[in-house]
Design a protein around this ligand. Structure first.
Ligand code: SF4
Ligand code: SF4
Length: 346
């Protein structure tokens, strides 16, 4: 059985917003949620499997009818959990509740440093509500909070201002890069197409993250080995609001469903033939891609890239769209090495 790092659980498809880039298209999906009983059984299985952490997401997880009971159960089991929320529904009751639990972290989504940039993506009025609630959280003394901005062509000029805004509250600003899935998939104008722009953003975020010693959260990564292709790595499962178990958040499609927690428990699913077949297919697709990368300077670091991203670009065996960026970065690093530069930006 593979080791589990994090398990990302979409406990509900319900959402009070309708973001332009929502990866699972909430709230267009029918309102569905995983039952409290199924979540408890999943948490038990994750505990037995020594999973490191759980992420509760949606939709908007605060809309699950048993949300606070779910938090009780997870914390009773002693598991670390992160709640991914749009931050608009946080109220005094919720704040008082999570103050009790040191194992909980909040990750709040905010996609800009002003209402103007954020609300284009997340809807009118959402910026002011979320900032008001961040302020309330701060006043109540809650410390473990990340605020995440998904960087797109719409808000790329806001990166520094966003960093300063969130740092003002003493919370950790983090960044993600828009992925080509869900609501965003057909919206070409949302994506940063130019590799030089992408590279500048990578450097800027890297520089900002260094201030907090958190270079690991730069969303535009240089190279990584897909954990699904390396038997020794921990995998980060995704459970969607229908209870389907997926190998990761990007391989979010019917063809990658490993099983369903409403039919079988997770430990049983790990023994399925389907589970083995899908993981083997991902491994062989990565090998096949890497075999075509012979001339590439990045080959030993990149290992062929991300199959999830390649899948969303329409060819599971093809590029993940990051090749030009990685080559540029490699040349930059080699130049820095050759010229003994210390700064990451010059
Ligand atoms: S396919 Fe991509 S997102 Fe999924 S585990 Fe591999 S590298 Fe990560
Ligand atoms: S950067 Fe692209 S071409 Fe180079 S090794 Fe990675 S996937 Fe292959």
């Amino acid at each position: 059985m593979r080791k589990i790092g994090n398990c990302y659980i979409e406990i509900t498809s319900k959402c009070n917003l309708s973001c332009k880039h929502c990866y699972n298209q909430s709230p267009k999906n029918p309102n569905e949620e995983i039952s409290y009983k199924a979540i408890c059984s999943l948490v038990d299985n994750l505990f037995i499997s020594n999973a490191k952490s759980i992420t509760l997401s949606g939709g908007e997880p605060l809309l699950h009818k048993n949300f606070l009971k779910i938090l009780d159960y997870i914390t009773k089991r002693g598991l670390n959990a992160t709640i991914v929320t749009n931050g608009t529904l946080i109220n005094t009751k919720f704040i008082e509740y999570i103050k009790k639990y040191s194992l909980l972290t909040l990750q709040i989504s905010l996609d800009g440093a002003t209402a103007e940039t954020n609300d284009i993506v997340r809807g009118h009025g959402s910026f002011n509500k979320t900032i008001h609630n961040i302020d309330q959280l701060k006043k109540s003394g809650i410390k473990k909070i990340f605020v995440k901005m998904v960087v797109s062509a719409y808000n790329k000029e806001d990166i520094k201002a966003f960093y300063n805004l969130i740092s003002y509250y003493d919370y950790l600003p983090i960044f993600g890069l828009l992925e080509r899935q869900g609501n965003a998939s057909g919206k070409q104008d949302m994506f940063i197409q130019n590799v030089d722009d992408l590279y500048k953003i990578h450097l800027l975020i890297g520089e900002l993250m260094m201030k907090n010693n958190r270079e690991d959260v730069n969303p535009i990564q240089y190279g990584y080995i897909c954990p699904l292709t390396d038997d020794k790595s921990e995998i980060n499962l995704c459970i969607n609001y229908k209870g389907c178990v997926l190998p990761c958040q990007l391989l979010y499609s019917d063809e990658y469903i490993l099983g369903n927690i409403n039919d079988h428990d997770l430990l049983h699913i790990f023994k399925n033939e389907k589970y083995k077949t899908i993981l083997n297919n991902i491994k062989s697709a990565s090998k096949e891609k890497l075999a075509n990368c012979n001339q590439c300077i990045c080959k030993s670091i990149c290992r062929g890239g991300c199959r999830g991203k390649a899948f969303h670009l329409g060819n599971f065996y093809g590029t993940d769209g990051g090749c030009l960026f990685r080559k540029k970065q490699t040349n930059h690093l080699l130049y820095r090495y050759a010229t003994n530069k210390k700064s990451i930006v010059s």
